[in-house]
Design a protein around this ligand. Sequence first.
Ligand code: ADP
Ligand code: MG
Length: 329
Amino acid sequence: MNEFDLIDHCFLPLGGKHSEVLRGIGDDAACLRLPAGQDLLVATDTLVSGVHFLPEWSAADIGWRALMCNISDIAAMGGVPRWLSLALTAETTEPHWYQEFARGLQEAMALYDLALIGGDTTRGPLTISISLQGLVPQGQAVYRHGAKAGDLIVVTGPLGAAALAVAQIEGRVSLAQDVADQAMAKLKRPQARMDFSLAVREFATAAIDISDGLSADLGHICRQSGLGVCLQVDKLPLHPLLNRLPIEQAIDIALTGGDDYEICMTVNPARLGHFQAWLRQQGLTAALIGCMEAEPGMRLLDGQGRRVPIAPRGYDHFKGEPNAGHKSE
Ligand code: ADP
Ligand code: MG
C-alpha cells in the first residue's frame, strides 16, 4: 500500500456526509461553510508514542484516545464537535495497523457524527496530532477566566482511575489484576463528557477539561479568573478503583493525576437549583467539591476543618512531573 492507497482505504471512508463540508479529503485544503449564528471552536492535541500512550497498545485504542482528548476540550468550551483533521506520523508499513487505527478513530467519531476532512500522512516516530473543530452558538463559548468569588466548583465524574493505571505502569502502585485491568480500560478508552456540554453553556461561569489533573487545571481557572479556591477533601469524587489504596494516596492521585477527561466548572450559587434540576432530568450526577474565593491560592479543607494550602500540581512536559514517562494532553 502506498501513501495514497492508505489514505483512500483507511481515511477516505471516514469523510462523513456533512452539508457544511464543501470539500473534504482529496484536495489541497478542506473547504467548510459555517452555519450562521455559530462560533467556531478549534482544539489540537498531539499524542507521542511512549509519552501519551505505549507503542504496544492496540492501534484502535490509540486512535480512539487521540480523538477523545480533543472532544473533551470542545465539550469543556460548551460546544459540539463537528470536523477533524488528522496528522499521522508512523514508522510501520503494515496496513493492518492503519486499518485498526482508523477503526478506533471511527468508533469515537460515530458517537458524535464527526467527519474527517483532511490530514497528512508521514513516516517517522509514531505521533498523532488531531485538530478538531466544533460549533458553539454565537457568543456562548465558556472560557477559563469567567469564574467569580463565591462560585461553586463542580466536577462531572469520579477521579483517579486512569491515573491509577499510569501509576501501575510506572510501578508506583501494585494492583490486583482485576483493578489494573479496569483502570487500564479507563486510560485507553476515555469517554469525553459531551453529555455535560450543554450544562457548561447554560450554567458555567468558567470551565476546563481536567485531563492534566484537577489541581493543575483548576489552577488555570484560578489564575485566569484572578481568584483562589478552597476544596473540601471529603467531597472529592474518588473513583471506586482507588478504594484499596491508603486514603492519602487516593486523594493525591485524584487531585494530581491526569487522563480523566472529566470537566471542572464553576457555577453561580444562584443557578445551582436550575443546574441540579437539569442533572435530574438528564439522569446525570456531578460532585460539588468547593468554592471559588477572592484570596489567591489553593486550599484543601480537611476533615478537622483546617484549611491546608496546596500547590496546583499536574503534568508539565518541560518538568516531567509528576507522571514522568506518561501523561495526558
Ligand atoms: P498535500 O500534498 O497537499 O499535503 P497530501 O497528498 O498529503 O496533500 O494529501 C492528500 C489528501 O489526503 C489531502 O486532502 C489531505 O487532507 C488528505 N489526507 C492525507 N493524510 C490524511 C489522513 N491521515 N487523514 C485524513 N486525510 C488525509
Ligand atoms: Mg500533505
